[in-house]
Design a protein around this ligand. Structure first.
Ligand code: C2E
Ligand code: CA
Ligand code: CA
Ligand code: CA
Length: 275
């Protein structure tokens, strides 16, 4: 057992070392990725359940690494946050998403993820203002998705920035709703336009009694506060039916479409009445 233990330990050490190396490599490559144009945005539709049509697309970043291939945000966004590189990367995301959305039908919005680091250090107001001006996109067609982690620092300046963004006319969604510790108090402090109900609740919707009750409570609360709701990660028809019965405003997930390239979105709109 001792031998095995030591072997396991050595293996663990080695893999930790490899991880650290991989991380340093990612960090170095990330610095070059913007200028080399290695990032791409995919777009996943949100389907409005009242209007029965696509109402929005969420922009989701991908990194086409020259040797490692496609890298998912889970593997590089944390590094980008630690190094501050999320600020220029996030600014690129906002510019690019606005440019794309500007030639979609007018009722279709674009949603962009903004990380807490970018929120606090990214001159977000100026970045968004410039992106809207350059693209000609109407402010109400841009929605930013933030998580409650933005409230962990900043205090009053966090609320001030939220209000100044609202002043630009952009919409503000609270992402991954229900996974934090005190989401409800944030609803009291700022009038969000939308709550995105975290995928973990949707996953358990049909198998755990609790999940269904929670989703119902969230949608009822949102209704009372005049806030829209989006259920994320909808994969099954049965989940969709349940969400409809709860009065959820819109849904997003593999049941409808996976994140797709910008060219495929354009084709969707050109081909006919899908939207
Ligand atoms: P998120 O904002 O919660 O985005 C939803 C994630 O769920 C996306 O993963 C999406 O592809 C995935 N998804 C959508 N429908 C389904 C489904 O039916 N089933 C399952 N299993 N998954 C589904 P993705 O694209 O890998 O992004 C992961 C996370 O990375 C995002 O989570 C977001 O936090 C972050 N992220 C993505 N793009 C950006 C970005 O441009 N900036 C920042 N700061 N973060 C980003
Ligand atoms: Ca999101
Ligand atoms: Ca989410
Ligand atoms: Ca999530």
């Amino acid at each position: 057992a001792k031998e095995a233990g030591r072997g396991t330990y050595a293996f663990f050490e080695e893999s930790l070392n490899e991880r650290a190396q991989l991380r340093r490599q990612i960090e170095t490559d990330l610095r070059l990725a913007i200028e080399r144009g290695e990032f791409e945005l995919l777009y996943q539709p949100l389907f409005d359940l009242e209007q029965n049509r696509i109402c929005s697309f969420e922009a989701l970043i991908r990194w086409n690494h020259p040797t490692r291939g496609l890298i998912s945000p889970a593997d590089f966004v944390p590094v980008a946050e630690d190094t501050g590189l999320i600020v220029p990367i996030g600014a690129w995301v906002i510019r690019e998403a606005c440019q794309q959305a500007a030639h979609w039908p007018e009722h279709v919005r674009v949603a962009v993820n903004v990380s807490a680091v970018q929120f606090h250090r990214g001159s977000l107001h100026e970045t968004i203002l410039a992106a809207l001006a350059a693209s000609g996109l109407a402010p109400a067609r841009l929605e930013i998705e933030i998580t409650e982690s933005i409230f962990l620092d900043g205090g009053e300046t966090t609320l001030k920035l939220l209000h100044s963004l609202r002043g630009l006319g952009v919409r503000i969604a609270l992402d991954d709703f229900g996974t934090g510790y005190s989401s409800l108090s944030y609803l009291q402090s700022f009038p969000f336009d939308k709550l995105k109900i975290d995928r973990s609740f949707i996953q358990n919707l049909l198998t755990r009694e609790g999940a269904s009750a929670i989703v119902r409570a969230i949608t009822e609360l949102a209704h009372a506060l005049n806030i829209e709701t989006t259920a994320e990660g909808v994969e099954e028809t049965a989940q969709l039916m349940e969400l409809r019965s709860h009065g959820c405003s819109s849904v997003q997930g593999y049941l409808f479409a996976e994140p797709m390239a910008a060219a495929d979105v354009d084709q969707l709109f050109n081909s006919d009445k899908v939207a």
